[in-house]
Ligand binder design. Structure first.
Ligand SMILES: [Zn+2]
Ligand SMILES: [Zn+2]
Length: 106
């Protein structure tokens, strides 16, 4: 089994931008608001239909992570300044959402 890829460093790149350095050397960048918008928890995405239950307009433009902690060896848990705190972002999802130039050009 391949060793799983895990985040080794999290850093705030700008007020609205988060960076993750992964154990395979990949450097991800994210706009924090787009991470918030891509939350996959049951409050944000319908578990059955997979439809988004949040509207982009409902999320404050200046939403920020209040705290980020790792959950086991598979996910990060974000607490947001808009009061949302039930979202878990699996490492797989975070890699899919990566907004670095390399990933965006795919
Ligand atoms: Zn959520
Ligand atoms: Zn990337």
């Amino acid at each position: 089994m391949a060793e799983s890829i895990i985040p080794i460093e999290l850093k705030q790149l700008a007020n609205d931008q988060l960076g993750i350095v992964w154990s395979d050397g990949h450097r991800s960048t994210y706009l924090v608001r787009s991470l918030r918008l891509n939350c996959r928890c049951a409050n944000c995405v319908d578990e059955w239909t997979k439809e988004k239950r949040i509207r982009e307009s409902e999320i404050p433009l200046d939403v920020r992570p209040k705290s980020i902690e790792s959950v086991g060896r598979y996910a990060l848990h974000f607490e947001w300044t808009d009061g949302h705190g039930t979202g878990y972002y699996t490492y797989d999802l975070l890699r899919q959402l990566c907004e670095c130039e390399q990933c965006r050009s795919r």
